[in-house]
Design a protein around this ligand. Structure first.
Ligand code: DON
Length: 305
């Protein structure tokens, strides 16, 4: 397995020269675009990694699956999906257009920014600090890494330049989708995006989902089977934004990307997989990361379809 992963990384290194690192958050533009890493975490507890698998990067939108799990655990799925839809979209992750024209102003799904901001507003806590602490604690638990923290410079950069997210949030407050203090909710969202992880951490989260909510390393259940099922389904239909259909056809597993260059994937009843490749395609997904996933899926026959 290690040999296979090493050769997949070497075969696809050329793709790191294509695409662009995210620059709309200034701090992200400083990330090394040559990085390429992969880690898989099997349900039998084995871990195999290659390339830059232990390099830290910000989780970004991959955190949206963590906050979706917590919001459902706190409120139940019926309440969460009364506020946020579950349909895929052909608009970009930070688009505002559907908030005005669709279904009672409800954000179209929890993986786009508007939906993720609405989702985080539903997480329980006496104040925004406690809400973020719960997100961080849960992330540490499901990745079996108690040392996970945030990248402070990315967090500050997100906060300074997050005007599109502010626009989405204030619009949702105006239409009654969002309750509470908008700046506090956004602060949690900016922090959750700035959580620093490695491929190894994300592969373990993928393994927990692949194992229907039970962490393979301890046998402990962290989310009910039904919640794991919902999250994986939303990952298939919405996890790669308006490229989710192509990803499902070509790779065929639930996955979630982030503009930090990470992709978390899970292969039900087999393994969690995470890749890092910071140069992004025009949809905001890791360009080389998708190539790596494509080759891995072919070699190991991973498609669930
Ligand atoms: O909201 C933002 O702009 C980012 N912090 C997270 C977005 C993201 O990762 C979109 N992903 N491809």
């Amino acid at each position: 397995m290690n040999r296979l992963l090493n050769s997949i990384i070497e075969n696809n290194r050329k793709w790191t020269k294509e695409g662009q690192v995210a620059s709309y958050i200034p701090e992200l533009s400083k990330v090394d675009s040559n990085l390429l890493g992969i880690c898989i975490s099997t349900l039998g507890g084995e871990e195999h990694c290659a390339g830059d698998s232990d390099t830290k990067f910000t989780i970004q939108s991959i955190s949206k699956i963590v906050t979706l799990m917590l919001a459902i655990l706190d409120n139940g799925k019926d309440y969460v999906f009364s506020k946020v839809g579950m349909e895929p979209t052909d608009t970009s992750f930070n688009s505002i257009v559907n908030l005005e024209i669709k279904d009672a102003h409800k954000p179209i799904n929890p993986m786009i920014n508007a939906g993720a901001i609405a989702t985080v507003s539903m997480i329980a806590g006496k104040d925004s600090e406690e809400v973020f602490e719960r997100i961080l604690k849960f992330t540490r638990k499901i990745s079996n890494n108690p040392n996970i923290g945030i990248n402070d410079s990315v967090y500050k950069s997100e906060k300074e330049t997050g005007d599109r997210n502010r626009a989405l949030a204030y619009f949702m407050k105006g239409t009654g989708v969002l309750d509470g203090n908008v700046e506090e909710i956004l602060n949690v969202y900016f922090k959750q995006c700035s959580i620093e992880v490695t491929c190894r951490d994300l592969a373990r989260i993928g393994a927990m989902l692949a194992n229907d909510g039970i962490m393979p390393w301890s046998g402990e259940r962290v989310v009910p089977r039904d919640v794991a099922r919902i999250v994986k389904t939303i990952m298939v239909t919405c996890g790669m934004y308006d490229a989710s259909g192509k990803f499902a056809v070509q790779i065929g597993v639930p996955a979630k990307s982030g503009v930090g260059g990470g992709i978390l994937a899970c292969v039900p009843r087999r393994m969690g997989v995470a890749v890092l490749g910071p140069a992004l395609d025009e949809k905001g997904n890791s360009l080389a990361g998708i190539k790596v996933m494509e080759e891995l899926s072919k070699q190991l026959d991973l498609s669930i379809f």
